[in-house]
Design a protein around this ligand. Sequence first.
Ligand SMILES: *Cc1c(COP(=O)(O)O)cnc(C)c1O
Length: 376
Amino acid sequence: MRKIQMVDLQTQYNKIKNEIDAAINSVISSAHFINGESVKEFSDNLAQYLKVKHVIPCANGTDALQIALMSLNLKPSDEIICPDFTFISSAEVIGLLKLHPVLVDVDYNSFTSTLKNIESAITVKTKVIIPVHLFGQAAEMEAITELARKYNLYVIEDTAQALGSDYIFSDGSRKKLGTIGTIGCTSFFPSKNLGCYGDGGALFTDDDMLAERIKMITNHGSRQKYYHQIIGCNSRLDSLQAAILNVKLQYLNQYIESRQQAARYYSEHLKDTEGLIIPQENGYSTHTYHQYTLKVKDGKRDSLKEFLNSRDIPAMIYYPVPLHRQEAFKTIARAHTSLEISEQLSREVLSLPMHTELTQQQQDYIISAIKEFFKQ
Ligand SMILES: *Cc1c(COP(=O)(O)O)cnc(C)c1O
């Protein structure tokens, strides 16, 4: 049995090696490393996949969030609502731009910020809501967009962990996550649902004016070389990464199915394990299982992790410290709600190996180790 990894990108690469190598070689021989044809091609292909009007690529997912905020003409005291239990990026860029992160608690089952918590955090200074579609499924976008309309707020979706997931509206219609709010952001970090071989990111919007502004910001605030209308930054997806993503985009649905299949297998075999809570599907979005995240009861999370590690099974804690407890946010972040659930999750969550190349033999080995731990 191949050594179990959290993410197995070598096996994934080996299966599409010829196509990837050809794509890389064609960029190298063209020597158009920046803004080459593959960048436009990939943006167009992803726009078509997501059914969104504009895809603007950039250097990474954190930049995408920063650029989204920069495009909205915000003022220094404006408040941005984001979840307390998530990766640092969303709150980090809010702080970087001297805006105020307002952290809200999340739902215990879906790991995403709830409508009730978001609404109770709204003040006259609130300008933006950032829902994070954590681990592969959506925050309550239908209700959140309604709320945003009512209070005249922008919505920036952090889709870094859920690219390819569908939102299912109450009338049965579907939209890809990242295409529902004002702007969607994603990351192509290698381990994400659609990962490149380095750093990459993108923004999505249906708004033509906003798309134009976002494009300018990624390009030094400029439409025409050496003429700068606004302050921007330098944030590009390079041609090599775009060429790789162009190949991998064709496999995205297949990759998602592999993740879902692996998740079903874990859930089927772990659902009756006393002391464990398996991931719950929320019913209003599909789940692409960027992570398969268990909750471990009775303070046994860390000992289960150690036990698995001793059997050569990696397992990771996403995330061990809620944002309001991060030293960097001590003075700038404000909480409008109790952050109890977020605290509780940081003590209970444990993510199992999850990727497109997991074999049944590997999963059986992981499952039996978990069962053995709980029998002790
Ligand atoms: C990965 C990730 C990001 C940041 O993406 P980078 O490309 O690493 O900058 C942002 N938000 C979430 C939720 C993520 O998982």
